[in-house]
Write a protein of this length. Structure first.
Length: 1122
């Protein structure tokens, strides 16, 4: 029986074997144990097993009341339950359940709590609405088990919604929900980190580990990429991404593709945290495998394989440098060195050429080129009047966050300019992060990752830490986020609508909540706060240069094949001690800061150091050559107490550090905006975040004030006005009373005039019955306020377990995103609409009064065309800004490439009146309308051309006729289908609408006739009469508020009018057609061109949408834009 103990031992190890498995048939090549075990491991978000269960469950009607994970019973059609894994996860779900009858069990996934419901959030890149759900069908009572097909692996989610579909009283008992984690496939132990970080600030610790965990979720099996082309509905993650077993992608949920730009941040953070870089190697190799014969790298890896990005081309170079720095993989370098030389136009090439043993002088060549580039940037792009770099070498006023941050990080400027840039960057700050001027209203943790490194680089740790706490701290504490990963981006109003109007087609559910490009604090806290970096491959040489900020202690470590690198420091009132461990045989330097001109006392391993120390910029630098022991310590004394360094409180806040409130800094922070507190939960003492906000809006920092005023009584940056005296108050009160009395009379007269004369201004008639669900708009809810704890708005059953309550917009894909309009009368516009393809015919097969039954199914019928919203706005009248209607412009999705081409051509060669007339005269004999816009070979725009195009489209360039000519040129050429959707916010009738439209057409014709004379013939007069006849009235002459008039311009310029009620069940009515394209062109120009348009907010919104279209080369689909 001597075999019995061995058998029992083997049995005991069975659960452990299951817990430490790799993904499917993948070879286990990752580390199996943590390199630095310690108390900090409580902060690791990665689970101990590859198979996990949810932590909590809750009902959709009570999302803020959670219960521990347990069995749950679904009863009847539409009943559902939400499971919370309390962190980002991804993989294959298995559900075991019993049923009393037949039906289907639905599974829906979401990363953010905002999108919980019967539809998954968006990931497939088709921008046709949410991804939908998976369904496990069962036909009889009994026990069942449903496992997702591998094809539908869900890469990233926190919440899983299970719901029951049945036509009877079937009940389902959920017995077990489990998830097989699909990320980091070659690791048998997901907690075997090869790096660590710990400090006296729990918030910073959590942020460091959320970045590390994000990178784990981004390392995926190579056969689980997102399917391309984008699916029309649902999702599939079964595309091949590259060589090997594992590869690093941009995001867990999406795009699940290799993007080299992301690796500029992701690779350094992965090195100092999880440590193994096999995924990085495979991602870089696929870029070399697909390198063009010209030397150009693709913008992304297969199957997406987008091209023509010089920025991402260079990021492939940076990724190569970083990978070689951390691994010294000479086989990889030898294999790809020829490709690297073909592509290399970047400063780091000098060092890489040296490492490659190059003897042809390439190292000197690359360095010389980089120096010339640095000189040119400083000479032509520096804005001395502002104190930072402008976007380009023109007279632009744009001072971008990205270029200025990288100028600090890459050492492009001298110390004086560096100080100025660091200060100017803080003017972009809000309480929740830095807004990117180059992407207004958006906050990009990717670009902010460069900014924090830039501040650290120029010796501003307090600024860097403050920005980390504001931006990454805000998201980590956001109860609607994952509270375990870092987000791709968000808006300054605290919503997740990153890039909604700039490439993501207003789909706020598309944003990735686990995006490695946002993991900058993970590497920055190790490399700059602890100060530990490697300076040559594998760390044969290294540097230790701590920065303290307001912390008391900090420590970190990482590994290379040479061994472990580890450092820690402790700050006290007049000294700090520094300990470090490095592999034997390595050499490095210590850069030891001290706060004033008095030189400190330095003791290393008990020996006072007086020789071999250089002093500069309040830093003592000591060379450490081949220490005989791998462990060493330094004690720096005579360190006077400074208000720049303080003890961080136990109760962490997002308020301004004390060190920043009283010192003479040329920037301010919002010390009254955000307060945070933490509760220990989830075992092991990891902080469970909660967020409290006390400001009314996310504001930018105030202009700097004198140091004397700061030191004596720091000003509240939320308020810049002073308290008025009592005399002034009385005077203002009296004046206000007089003005109020006058205003009442003026207002009454203006209101009367508006009601009688405005095109949509009839007195309110009997309230028309509304069938659509009314939802408060973002403005009613206070969207200008800083984000605060709120009850989560959810899709799904409104009265559990009744049927789902959904908003229906007539003519819209039921899965499409809706866009807030800013008015409660018409709260939403659809991001996409469908129109009959019959309108494309030259002779439309419809008669006035015909009814059209537009589809309401998720799948678009073959006889309908889908149109994408470009922008919308509210038409207002009089100085009282009374709202009249909401108008939105749409473009046929299949014509977006044509629109791109016209916009690019317009920007490259803007039309002039003389050129237009000459072109028309030249082609008049042939009866052809010629678009005078040139530059037909251009496919993309540089930043100066984009700026110029925006000016032209908004008619802000000051050039007479230019805006009119530009829009006329874009619309005149056949082949572009567009539509205006008009919804009154007050009751009106067709007579008022007709008169208003005709007045606009007539005024435009009179304006343009002296220029070109094309609107003076009888045919045009007859066409205007036909246009008036479309709105002839009849039985349906009233147009109640909320109903819709659609004006559609087909590829020939013919105008069709349609009318829709707000009742989805009623068909759309065809009103008629005007064949003369001049009429539709003038109607369109009335909204788009010249100094005075019908709705300036609508034009500005349309132009914003158009600028998003031209950000990509002609013919490319916007999948991802820097």
């Amino acid at each position: 029986m001597r075999w019995l103990p061995s058998l029992l031992g083997a049995i005991a190890l069975l659960p452990l074997s299951e817990a430490t498995s790799c993904w499917r048939n993948t070879t286990c090549s990752g580390p199996t144990t943590a390199a630095f075990p310690g108390s900090w491991e409580k902060n690791i978000f990665a689970p101990a097993s590859r198979t996990v269960n949810p932590e909590k469950l809750f009902l959709i009607t009570k999302p803020d009341v959670t219960h521990d994970y347990a069995q749950y019973k679904l009863q009847g059609n539409g009943s559902l339950v939400v499971y919370d894994f309390e962190r980002e996860v991804g993989g294959i779900v298995t559900v075991k359940f019993t049923s009393t009858g037949s039906g289907a069990l639905g599974l829906a996934f979401t990363e953010a709590k905002d999108y919980i419901g019967e539809w998954s959030d968006s990931s497939n890149g088709g921008f046709k609405g949410p991804d939908g759900a998976l369904y496990g069908n069962f036909t009889e009572a009994g026990e069942h088990s449903y496992t997702m097909p591998d094809k539908y692996l869900r890469g990233g989610f926190r919440y899983l919604t299970l719901f029951l579909i049945t036509d009877n009283s079937t009940a389902v008992q959920i017995k077990d929900v489990s998830l097989e984690i699909g990320f980091q496939p070659t690791w048998s132990n997901l907690r075997a980190y090869q790096g660590y970080f710990d400090s006296s600030d729990d918030l910073l610790n959590a942020i460091w580990y959320s970045g590390a965990y994000t990178l784990q979720t981004n390392e995926v099996p190579v056969n689980t990429g997102r399917q391309i082309p984008a699916m029309p509905a649902g999702w599939a993650n079964n595309a091949t991404l590259g060589p090997g077993d594992t590869i690093i992608v941009d995001g867990a949920k999406r795009d699940r593709a290799v993007w080299p730009g992301d690796m500029g941040i992701a690779v350094p953070s992965a090195f100092v945290s999880i440590g193994n870089l096999e995924s990085v190697k495979n991602a870089l190799q696929v870029m070399y495998n697909y390198q063009a014969s010209t030397g150009a790298f693709d913008e992304s890896g297969p199957p997406l394989s987008q091209k023509n990005s010089d920025t991402y081309h260079m990021w492939s170079m940076v990724g190569t440098y970083n990978y070689l720095l951390y691994t010294n993989d000479t086989d990889f370098l030898e294999t790809n060195w020829a490709g690297y030389q073909k592509a290399m136009e970047y400063i780091y090439g000098a060092e890489l050429a040296t490492w490659a043993g190059d003897t042809t002088g390439l190292s000197d060549t690359y360095t010389t080129r980089a120096e010339k580039l640095r000189e040119a940037i400083n000479e032509y792009c520096w804005d001395d009047s502002y104190g930072a770099f402008k976007d380009n070498a023109t007279d632009t006023t744009l001072h971008p966050q990205d270029a200025n941050s990288m100028a600090l990080l890459f050492g492009v400027v001298d110390s004086e300019r560096a100080a100025s840039i660091s200060e100017k960057l803080t003017e972009n700050w809000t309480p929740i992060g830095a807004v990117a001027p180059e992407l207004p209203e958006n906050i990009s943790p990717f670009i902010s990752s460069f900014e924090i490194q830039g501040h650290f680089t120029v010796g501003q740790p307090a600024r860097a830490l403050e920005l980390i706490r504001r931006s990454w701290g805000w998201y980590y504490n956001n109860e609607n986020g994952t509270q375990s990963t870092v987000i791709e981006g968000y808006l300054q109003n605290g919503t997740f609508g990153y890039r909604s109007s700039r490439g993501y087609y207003y789909d706020t559910a598309y944003v990735s909540h686990a995006h490695g490009w946002s993991s900058g604090p993970t590497s920055a806290l190790t490399n700059y706060i602890v100060g530990l970096t490697v300076t040559s491959p594998l760390g044969a040489t290294w540097k230790l240069a701590p920065q303290f900020g307001d912390l008391k202690t900090a420590q970190a470590g990482f590994t290379t094949s040479l061994g472990q690198f580890q450092a820690s420091w402790t700050k006290q009132s007049n000294e700090y001690s520094l300990q470090f461990t490095v592999p034997k045989g390595t050499t490095g330097s210590l850069a030891l800061p001290y706060p004033n001109s008095k030189k400190p006392t330095i003791t290393i391993d008990g020996k006072k150091i007086t020789k071999g120390v250089s002093y500069a910029n309040n830093t003592a630098t000591v060379a450490v050559a081949s220490p005989s022991s791998s462990n060493a310590s330094a004690l720096i004394t005579h360190f006077p107490s400074s208000h720049n360094i303080r003890d961080h409180p136990a109760r962490h806040t997002m308020a301004t550090p004390t060190s920043l409130q009283g010192i003479a800094m040329p920037w301010r922070t919002c010390n009254q905006c955000i307060r945070r507190h933490y509760l220990l939960s989830r075992g092991g003492g990891r902080p469970q975040p909660r967020l409290h906000l006390s400001t009314t809006s996310p504001v930018r920092t105030s202009p700097s004030s004198s140091s004397s005023s700061r030191s004596s009584n720091p000003a509240n940056p939320l308020r810049t006005s002073r308290v008025r005296s009592s005399d002034k108050d009385v005077a203002n009160y009296r004046r206000s009373m007089i003005l109020s009395a006058s205003g009442i009379v003026a207002c009454a007269m203006a209101m009367y005039g508006v009601i009688k004369l405005d095109l949509f201004g009839l007195e309110e008639q009997t309230q028309h019955p509304q069938s659509s669900t009314t939802i408060p708009t973002a403005q009613e809810a206070g969207d200008s306020a800083a984000p605060s704890p709120k009850k989560t708005q959810l899709d799904g059953p409104n009265g559990f377990p009744s049927s789902p309550s959904l908003i229906t917009v007539h003519g819209q894909d039921p899965g499409a995103e809706q866009v807030a309009t800013g008015t409660s009368a018409v709260p939403y516009f659809p991001a996409t609409i469908r129109l009959p393809k019959a309108l494309d015919a030259e002779n439309v097969p419809l008669a006035a009064g015909d009814e059209l039954a537009l589809s309401t199914t998720a799948e678009k019928p073959a006889d309908e065309e889908e149109y994408q919203l470009l922008g919308l706005g509210i038409r207002t009248v009089s100085f009282l800004r009374i709202q009249v209607y909401v108008v939105g412009m749409y473009v046929a999705k299949s014509d977006i490439t044509a629109l791109q081409r016209r916009l690019v051509q317009t920007a490259v060669n803007p039309p002039t009146l003389a050129g237009v007339i000459a072109a028309e005269q030249k082609t008049a004999a042939a009866g052809v309308i010629t678009n005078p816009v040139g530059a037909t070979a251009a496919t993309s725009l540089v930043s100066t051309e984009r700026d110029r195009l925006r000016q032209l489209l908004l008619d802000t360039d000051g050039t007479e006729q230019q805006g009119d000519l530009v829009w006329d040129a874009i619309l005149r050429e056949p082949g572009l289908r567009t539509a205006f959707r008009i919804v009154p916010v007050r009751n009106t009738d067709f007579t008022h609408m007709r008169d208003a439209f005709v007045r606009g057409v007539t005024a435009r014709a009179q304006k343009y006739n002296p220029w070109r004379g094309e609107f003076a013939d009888e045919a045009f007069g007859a066409a205007v009469k036909n246009f008036k006849a479309l709105f002839g009235g009849g039985a349906n002459k009233n147009v109640p508020k909320g109903h819709t008039v659609l004006l559609v311009r087909n590829a020939r310029g013919q105008l069709d009018a349609l009318f829709q009620t707000d009742v989805a069940a009623k068909p759309t009515r065809y009103m008629g057609r005007v064949a003369d394209e001049r009429v539709s062109r003038l109607v369109w120009l009335n909204y788009l061109a010249g100094k005075n348009v019908s709705s300036e907010p609508a034009r500005e919104s349309v132009v914003d949408g158009i600028m998003a279209v031209v950000e990509r080369p002609v013919g490319t689909v916007v999948q991802k834009v820097l």
